[in-house]
Design a protein around this ligand. Structure first.
Ligand SMILES: [Zn+2]
Length: 379
């Protein structure tokens, strides 16, 4: 294992933050996996999962079983780690700018298409190597061209530079109260089916572009765009599988979950040839992929107290009561339900809601009518 410390841009006098990066195996030798946790800094199940996974990686490395390279960033957001309001950690948005830490990653697609247009060949492996080489160059150029950076922008570039040439990008998150679920590119399905089944995910939400360039899409979309423009002329595989893995809810920080999740990630890395050894049989999948545009984000029609009668992990029917919102001033007691049959993969963590506020999310199999715009926030 090689460990390095990346000093982030010093935002102010008397302050310094850094990323820890640990690399197992040999860079450039085989497939590269990149894993990070807590990009949303208050989402901690992934930190514990990587702690467990790193023990397995160290053992595998000692036995010479790492056939590729595994890059681990055990905590991806030291800026967010220090944000508290009212005694509560607040790690999803940067407090200075209000920006989501998991949005606005560099979009290199236009420059990449121009850079490789005259260099692609009929050799798929050579095309992948060419694209990766150009991506490594372009992200460094973009960093320089961006001029003076904030510490938040520096964090984004630093993480993206580590992941830009990986075959597998696994970004570990969680929801408020949730069942295990994944997000990935629709071009990465069914490629991601083994990961989904191995982790026991109850939903795998796919979209071509969900909006505002979250971390995982910064690494999948270049391949989507390349294949769209040149795929009829040249062999270009969907070479990077990038996913956001939602490790249940934010309170689900337990050794029994983390040990199981780490073992499953290890088996997935074995199955993908990053680590040698037999991963054993793939568990039966608990879900098929469903469109992100098929998610019903059930919202409140008025303010009040939320009383749920359905929980994450439930399969629900359209129109079925999932709970109600209670306003004891007016006496309003309004049941809520989903517009679609589907899997309730998450519900909010608080029990006080405002009009229009999110209550829970249901993954349906069909695209919902009128679903447009940013798919990660649209109802
Ligand atoms: Zn998150």
């Amino acid at each position: 294992m090689q460990q390095k410390r990346i000093e982030l841009l010093r935002p102010q006098m008397g302050t310094q933050r850094a990323l820890t990066v640990r690399t197992y195996g040999t860079p450039g030798k085989g497939p590269k996996a990149y894993l990070q946790a807590a990009l949303h800094a208050d989402e901690l199940p992934g930190v514990l999962v990587l702690h467990h996974l790193e023990k397995l990686l160290a053992e595998a490395e000692a036995k010479g079983e790492i056939t590729g390279e595994v890059v681990v960033v055990p905590f991806a957001n030291p800026i967010g780690f220090t944000q508290y309001v009212d005694m509560k950690p607040l790690g999803r948005f940067e407090m200075r700018t209000g920006q989501n830490f998991n949005r606005h990653y560099p979009d290199l697609c236009d420059e990449l298409l121009a850079a490789v247009e005259d260099k692609l060949s009929q050799n798929a492996d050579e095309n992948v190597a060419l694209v990766r080489s150009e991506l490594r160059r372009l992200i460094k150029e973009r960093r320089v061209a961006s001029g003076p950076l904030t510490d938040l922008q520096d964090l984004r570039f630093s993480l993206a530079e580590l992941a830009i040439d990986a075959d597998l990008v696994l970004d570990l998150h969680c929801d408020w109260e949730a069942a295990m679920h994944l997000y990935t590119s629709d071009s990465s399905w069914p490629d991601a089916a083994d990961l989904s089944a191995q982790l026991g995910a109850g939903a795998c939400l796919i979209a071509e572009e969900s909006g505002d360039n979250p971390f995982d899409e910064a690494f999948s979309r270049p391949w989507v765009e390349l294949r769209r423009k040149f795929g009829d002329t040249y062999p270009i595989p969907m070479a990077t599988l990038a996913t956001t893995i939602e490790l249940r809810g934010e309170q689900d920080v337990y050794d029994h979950y983390a040990a199981e999740d780490a073992a499953n990630l290890f088996r997935f890395l074995q199955r993908r040839g990053v680590i040698s050894g037999d991963p054993g049989p793939l568990p039966a999948p608990k879900c098929d992929a469903t469109p992100l545009a098929g998610v019903d984000r059930v919202s409140a029609t008025h303010g009040g107290v939320i009383v749920f009668s359905a929980k994450p992990g439930d399969h629900v029917k359209a129109g079925q009561e999932l709970g109600y919102v209670l306003d004891t001033e007016t006496g309003e007691k309004t049941p809520f339900s989903s517009r679609t049959d589907g899997f309730m993969y998450a519900r909010v963590g608080g029990r006080l809601v405002v009009p229009g506020g999110l209550l829970c999310s249901i993954a349906g199999a069909e695209v919902l009518a009128g679903k447009t715009g940013n798919l990660l926030t649209a109802r």
